[in-house]
Design a protein around this ligand. Structure first.
Ligand SMILES: Cc1cc2nc3c(=O)[nH]c(=O)nc-3n(C[C@H](O)[C@H](O)[C@H](O)COP(=O)(O)OP(=O)(O)OC[C@H]3O[C@@H](n4cnc5c(N)ncnc54)[C@H](O)[C@@H]3O)c2cc1C
Length: 508
């Protein structure tokens, strides 16, 4: 994407021109560094931006270094573009169901792929001013465009300039793992860094990886008209989620004719006139399939290279990233880290939350802990799977006895009216109490619904309290209240029931 020092985002249309003008303006000149900074942050993705903005807002002198595009993965090649095309692809999902909703619809709806991608670029450009060089400069952050590297115990070099710091933060994020498959480099493949530059729909697309990124994009491209084959190295897609939740999405994929090749091992890729031929083994035999494009969506590697970490005694691992303690401090007490570079939860909201911890701990001698966070997440397939807190297996491993309450969406009026009955709300409580330990939701808007349960966990509100909260009727979130009601019914022991019966017959 970078040529002659200037950043290019393809295709070079007016939307991407706006994006680049906001997040890596070609005519920008780095400022003269201040004599010393309270905080120098390397990497201007979510973790870096939130750290820099928060610290500057509190009066700190802050420098923020970015070698590519401010906004990092989330704005440029992650959440924003993926959710934009997922939104378009949902229209195709709706069309498929439209017959059941009383419409006469054509056999096949066809997406206008270039228009879908242009819409995505327009939205990304529109949002990009939030993360712009102009906005951050205005709030007092010194922005340096270029690669940052530690050169001494309190110095970082960028673009030939030396920045002196009291504290530093590494927020350099992660990138797609390059698939270790013979011939794939020569044949060429897409990652999240290149897939959103497509302007033509690949007729046949192979997606490597049945985790959240692979599944979201596999379904989106299938709905946008590609023939999709999804390779996964386990017996089930989304296998980190509960099997009953993942199964609903897997069945949807099969219905939508996404070809799933499970327990797969990719052996070789060969470029031929008929396409990229993937040789793989699965189910005890070796087979081949030809596709036009391959999208690598399995695994993320932390950006630890070229930072001079050895020079400043910051320990790291090439797979798990920079080593931090629970306060996000690295093995050098003056240097902290936040976001995908050091955390197993690789989400934008996790990077945001970590940045807030770093500001307090690095600048104000705080002792905020990463382990104290309650972290929800969501995979934006259709339906979505959202989760917060413990899975039943986590509770078992921790020796905690749980009781589980589940309500299927087929019991919820709004889900029935919407024709979106597939899914459930499942909540685990500590046995004998209403304390919520964790929850999984499968629903079309599970990502919205999980926030209520996250609030309950953070606010220490039990399932009994949720049962007492009036939920607007009809909403799919009522499923959460129904789970609360189910919990309340367990409090109606035979003894309590007998007492109530006695009272009622006496007052009849
Ligand atoms: C396809 C996709 C979809 C996603 N969807 C979601 C979603 O829906 N919800 C969600 O919560 N998360 C999602 N994520 C994850 C989310 O994008 C990341 O968790 C988030 O961007 C992490 O932020 P970060 O600041 O840690 O790192 P990044 O966003 O990666 O930012 C790191 C920055 O550091 C810069 N950098 C690296 N090295 C240097 C250096 N030496 N000098 C200067 N700068 C440097 C990089 O250029 C980059 O801009 C998605 C990710 C992908 C790939």
């Amino acid at each position: 994407m970078s040529q002659n020092g200037k950043v290019r985002v393809l295709p070079e249309d007016r939307h991407n021109a706006t994006l680049v003008a906001n997040v890596h303006p070609g005519d920008y000149r780095n400022p003269e560094p201040a004599p010393r900074y309270n905080l120098v942050v390397i990497g201007a993705g979510t973790a870096g931006l939130v750290t820099a903005a928060g610290a500057a807002g509190l009066g700190a002198k802050v420098a923020l270094i970015e070698k590519h595009l401010l906004g990092g993965d989330c704005l440029n090649v992650g959440c924003v573009p993926s959710k934009s095309i997922i939104r378009s692809s949902r229209v195709v999902g709706d069309f498929r169901e439209a017959g059941k909703l009383g419409f006469r619809v054509p056999e096949r709806v066809e997406a206008d792929f270039p228009a879908v991608m242009e819409r995505m670029r327009r939205i990304r450009a529109q949002i990009s001013h939030h993360d712009s060089v102009a906005r951050f400069s205005k709030i007092g952050v010194d922005i340096f465009l270029g690669g940052g590297r530690f050169t001494g115990p309190d110095t970082i070099e960028v673009d030939g300039k030396t920045l002196r710091f009291r504290k530093a933060v590494i927020a350099t994020g992660a990138r797609a793992v390059h698939p270790p498959v013979e011939g794939i480099e020569e044949a060429g493949y897409l990652t999240n860094e290149t897939v959103f530059s497509l302007t033509e729909r690949p007729r046949r697309l192979a997606v490597i990886g049945g985790g959240p990124i692979g599944c979201e994009l596999a379904q989106a491209f299938r709905r946008l008209g590609s023939e999709v084959v999804l390779f996964h190295n386990a017996s089930h897609i989304l296998n980190r989620e509960d099997a009953d939740a993942a199964e609903i999405v897997q069945q949807t994929f099969l219905r939508e004719e996404i070809r799933l090749i499970l327990d797969a091992k990719l052996l070789r890729v060969t470029k031929t006139p008929g396409g990229k031929v993937i040789r793989y083994s699965a189910g005890g035999s070796e087979q081949e399939i030809a596709v036009d494009e391959i999208l690598a969506g399995a695994g993320r590697a932390p950006n630890v290279e070229g930072l001079g970490l050895e020079k400043v005694g910051v320990e790291f691992d090439r797979k798990t990233g920079v080593k931090v303690d629970d306060t996000l401090r690295t093995t050098n007490p003056r240097i902290y880290a936040a976001g995908d570079i050091c955390m197993s939860h690789k989400f934008t909201h996790a990077a945001d939350a970590a940045a807030r911890i770093v500001i307090q701990n690095a600048l104000f001698m705080g002792k905020k802990k990463l382990s104290a966070l309650t972290m929800p997440w969501c995979t934006y397939t259709d339906p979505e799977i959202a989760h917060v807190g413990m899975y039943e297996r986590d509770a078992k491993a921790a020796g905690i006895e749980v009781e589980t309450f589940t309500r299927k969406l087929e019991e919820v009026d709004r889900a029935i009216a919407d024709g979106e009955e597939e899914g459930f709300v499942k909540v685990h409580v500590r046995k004998g109490t209403d304390q919520i330990l964790g929850a999984t939701i499968v629903a079309r808007h599970a990502g919205e619904m999980i926030n209520e349960l996250t609030l309950a966990i953070v606010g220490k509100l039990g399932l009994g309290t949720i049962a007492g909260v009036i939920h607007s009727y009809p909403t799919q979130a009522e499923a959460i209240k129904l789970v609360g009601d189910a919990y309340n019914r367990t409090r109606l022991t035979p003894f309590v029931k007998k007492l109530l019966g006695g009272w009622l017959s006496w007052t009849r």
